[in-house]
Ligand binder design. Sequence first.
Ligand code: 5RP
Length: 262
Amino acid sequence: MNWGKENKMNRIFAKDGRTVMLAIDHGYFMGPVTGMENPAEATKKLIPHVDSLMLSPGILNSSIPTNFNGGVVLRSSGGSSISQPDITDELLTLEAKEAIKLNASAMAVSFYLGTKHEHQTIKALTKAINTASDFDLPVLAVTAVGKALEDKRELKFLSLASRIAAEFGADIVKTYYCDGFEKLINAVPKPVVVAGGPKLDSNRAVFELVYNSMQKGAAGVDLGRNVWKNNDPEIMIKIIKEIVHNNITPDQAEEMFRDLKK
Ligand code: 5RP
C-alpha cells in the first residue's frame, strides 16, 4: 500500500487498527428517516466520539463541519428508494475524482448478491475499485441484504458476499454479524466492519453485538440506527467507543450506561 492509500486508511482506522464508524447515509434511499431528519443537529454531539463517518456527499457538504478530521467514507452507489418494492437496482452514483475533491478517505459501494441486480451491482463495485485505484482511494464494499433478503443474515450468505468483495479488491468489507462470525473473518483477508441494522430491542443487545463482533475479529463497527435512534445517542456512542477500543464487556457497558445517565 502506498503512502496516500495508507494515510486514507489511517484516517478511518485508529492506531489500534479499529474504527468506530457512524453510518448516517440512510437518507440516500430512505429520505428523512426518524432520528436523522436534520443530520447537522443529529450528529453534532456524536462526531467528537467517532473515528469515521459513512455518509453521502450532499450531507457531508451541507451538514458536517469542515474541521472534521476523521475518516470520511462516502456513499457512492444508489439509484432506487423505499418508494419502490425493489431497492436493489443500484449503480455507481459518485465518481472517484469527485470523492477525492471532497477529501474522502474511501468510497462506499453496495452490492446485492442473490438478487436480479447482482451482476449490475458487482459491476458498480468493481468499477469503483478500478477507478478509485487511480487516486489510491480505498473502497468499502457493503454486502447489502435489501428488504427481501432479511433472512440472508447468516454465515453462508455473508461469507460468500464478503469473500467476493475481498476477491475483487475491496479494501474494507462491511457486513452483518452472524453465528460463526469468526469463520467469516478467517475467510476474508481484509478489515471487516459490522453494520447494525434496524434498532435492536435493548441497549444490552447493541453492546453484545459490538462486543461479540470485536472479540471475533471485526476491525470495527459501522452502526447507524442503533446509535441515533436511541433515546441517548451520545451515551451510546461513548460506550461503543469503549467496547471497540478498550474491550469493555457488555456488563461493564451497562454499568457505564447507568453512570453516564446519572
Ligand atoms: C445502508 C448502509 C447503512 O450505512 C448501514 O445499514 C449501517 O447502518 P445501520 O446500522 O443503521 O444498519 O450501508 O445500505
